[in-house]
Design a protein around this ligand. Structure first.
Ligand code: HEM
Ligand code: HEM
Length: 228
């Protein structure tokens, strides 16, 4: 017998699966190049909007989406890694102490990737909307970061992320994907008694919509700057 507790609110779940689709579009269009770069920029702007939303949602989203509730200090991370998993799980149903830092790293590296992309240029076809507003050496350095430094970091973190999800599924026999789809974790009564659920009502969703609209407006403005 288990109880269901809302862990991932709807805006966070929509954020996650849209981010996955759009980052893949950015990667494939970047690899193929040529005319696909139009889609690279479009999907890149959409990732800008999503990330802006996520940074704000970390301050005002549902309980387990907030940074204060999943970014743990070094002592808790070490205790977790040394194997005191049960204690850590009872306290937090969301990201575990080590996972919290990997989430922050993913969001940070993705943000650097889009920020550098805004200033990047291939000198022929494609340039980010802010590339012509900075001296060439700055645009060159950020293009180098975008194409040569940021990408391996991103591949490493995405690989680690998917490996962790697979490890939980195959070794720990815990399905993390289902809660990222329907929002709920299944826990026993003892854990439910000490756990906090994430609020996920219409007010939260309206707030999320407004934040995403703000991020979208900024992304559209960047697109407009690039097409001037
Ligand atoms: C481009 C690829 C991906 C990126 C950039 C990405 C990014 C993220 C981020 C940022 C989070 C944290 C959610 C938050 O609090 O904001 C997350 C969590 C999660 N992701 Fe992904 N993800 C990717 C691919 C995948 C794939 C392929 C799967 C599995 C099918 C997956 C399953 C999950 C799950 C289950 C969680 C919750 C982990 C937990 O319970 O702590 N992700 N992902
Ligand atoms: C998560 C988001 C992004 C990812 C994963 C990504 C990935 C890539 C990849 C794989 C390439 C090809 C690298 C190569 O040719 O070696 C590339 C090139 C490029 N990207 Fe992005 N990108 C992202 C976002 C952006 C954004 C938001 C912009 C600007 C609006 C942008 C602008 C560019 C430009 C101008 C190039 C051409 C640089 C060159 O070939 O020298 N990217 N990106």
């Amino acid at each position: 017998m288990y109880l269901r507790i809302r862990v991932w609110d709807l805006p966070l779940r929509l954020f996650h699966w849209s981010l996955l689709a759009l980052v893949l579009t950015c990667l494939v269009s970047g690899w193929v190049g040529g005319w696909w770069m139009t889609w690279h920029l479009r999907s890149g702007y959409a990732v800008v909007a999503l990330l802006l939303f996520r940074w704000c949602w970390g301050l005002c989203g549902g309980h387990h989406a907030r940074f204060v509730h999943f970014v743990a200090g070094p002592r808790r991370v070490l205790a977790y890694l040394r194997g005191k998993r049960e204690a850590a799980h009872a306290a937090a149903l969301g990201h575990n102490p080590a996972g919290g830092w990997s989430v922050l790293a993913l969001l940070g590296v993705l943000s650097l990737q889009v920020a550098s992309g805004l200033f990047a240029s291939d000198q022929i076809f494609t340039q980010g909307p802010l590339a012509s507003m900075v001296p060439d050496r700055i645009s060159d350095a950020l293009t180098y970061y975008h194409t040569t430094v940021g990408l391996p970091l991103l591949y490493g973190l995405i690989g680690l992320h998917v490996a962790a999800v697979l490890y939980y599924a195959l070794v720990e026999r815990t399905n993390l994907v289902l809660p990222m789809l329907d929002g709920d974790k299944r826990v026993d009564a003892a854990t439910a008694a000490v756990a906090t659920a994430s609020r996920d009502g219409w007010r939260q969703r309206l707030l999320a919509g407004a934040l995403l609209a703000g991020g979208g407006a900024l992304a559209l403005w960047l697109n407009w700057l690039g097409n001037r």
